[in-house]
Design a protein. Structure first.
Length: 112
């Protein structure tokens, strides 16, 4: 069974906010998955769509796989680097703000 994958690193979206979109496409065919992320209103859907299209292109060009038979085997959102920023608070104090980033990994498999 041939697999094709694509990874996008350091995407400026929180993993907690991106995981529901990845859960929605896991196990679907590529056409259904692209339709799902295209009409999703989440910010993370745009980045997942780019990664999914990249995985489809990798499957076509690198592994000679048929696009009609592809399905999403794995859609994982891992935690990336966290940028730390300071936010001023009352009485001269400062709070730490964490700007979280994600790594998006999509694996496609060709069904017989």
């Amino acid at each position: 069974m041939k697999e094709a994958k694509a990874i996008t690193k350091n995407v400026r979206v929180s993993p907690k906010k991106a995981r529901p979109v990845a859960d929605a496409i896991r196990g679907k065919t590529v056409d259904e998955a692209l339709r799902t992320v295209k009409f999703s209103r989440k910010k993370a859907a745009r980045f997942i769509q780019d990664t999914l299209e990249s995985a489809v292109a990798n499957a076509q060009h690198n592994h000679d796989m048929s696009v009609d038979k592809l399905s999403v085997k794995e859609a994982a959102i891992d935690e990336g680097q966290t940028m730390k920023r300071m936010k001023p608070r009352a009485q001269g104090r400062a709070d730490l703000m964490r700007r979280r980033q994600s790594h998006i990994k999509i694996v496609l498999v060709e069904e017989e």
